[in-house]
Design a protein around this ligand. Sequence first.
Ligand SMILES: Nc1ncnc2c1ncn2[C@@H]1O[C@H](COP(=O)(O)OP(=O)(O)OP(=O)(O)O)[C@@H](O)[C@H]1O
Length: 288
Amino acid sequence: MAVVIEGLTKIVKKKPILSDVSLTLSGVYGLLGPNGAGKTTLMRIVAGLLEFNAGRVSLGDEPISTGARVKRVNEIGYLPQEFMMYPELTMYEVLEHLAVLQGEHPAACRSKIEKVIEQVNLSSHLNKKMRELSGGMRRRVGIAMLLLREPSILLFDEPTAGLDIRERVRFRNLLKRLGHDHTIVISSHLVEDIEFLCTKIGVLDRGVVLFEGSPDELKQKAAPYTYELDVPLEELDSVMAANEVVQMSEEPSHVVVRVLSEQPIGRPVAPRLMDGYLALLKEAEAHG
Ligand SMILES: Nc1ncnc2c1ncn2[C@@H]1O[C@H](COP(=O)(O)OP(=O)(O)OP(=O)(O)O)[C@@H](O)[C@H]1O
């Protein structure tokens, strides 16, 4: 099911945080944007945790006003950036507590809890206390908590931030798997996460939508501007000062520098998602 956002505006202390935002969140959707773009605000509104000033949020064909929050809360699971819950309880006890709060009988919920724990690959840690878990494991428990309610839409705010490389890969694979039978929205400023996971991308900047489309369409934003140069080490500083450098890789005799440039320079290369994203932000900056 898609979440359709139309003309959404959020104003805090007279400052527009989101301005006339229209997006259709479906499939595995990546919400990209620099710090302060409004990604968390948008997610919290969709999750029913924040009011908004104008616009409409719909689930499928059904408009959802802030007044009808309960329905949204049941269908949408939201995992915030960081959370810690009941540090002295075991993972099982936390999930049992939540299941009982949701109306399940303690004796009847064991198989349901075991199922969600298996879905997030934590079966061997069932009796560990929450405070003993790593950041990545805690986030996976967070997902298990959401799955208990069986929502069809899952929202993840910066899901891999602060995770080490192994946890990040494990977490990404889990999100990929969940994407087979859920609508997933992932907010991030890490293009590599979005590239690996998402089938559709929206880019926000300062509360405004800059782009919505496929990863390939975003890449094409940089198609006329992406070049690589072989730069001797001693010339690196001056090349960096004169160009918008996207990436560098060191070779034995020189550095390969990837740049975005309006003038032809070096050799043209096929753009990657990061190039498209940076070209889009650069264009928005140029237009104020
Ligand atoms: N309650 C609030 N009061 C004042 N300003 C706020 C409030 N909530 C958000 N903002 C401002 O709104 C803007 C968008 O914030 P938001 O956290 O949604 O951005 P973000 O894209 O998630 O950023 P990040 O990637 O840094 O998490 C920021 O400038 C932030 O300071």
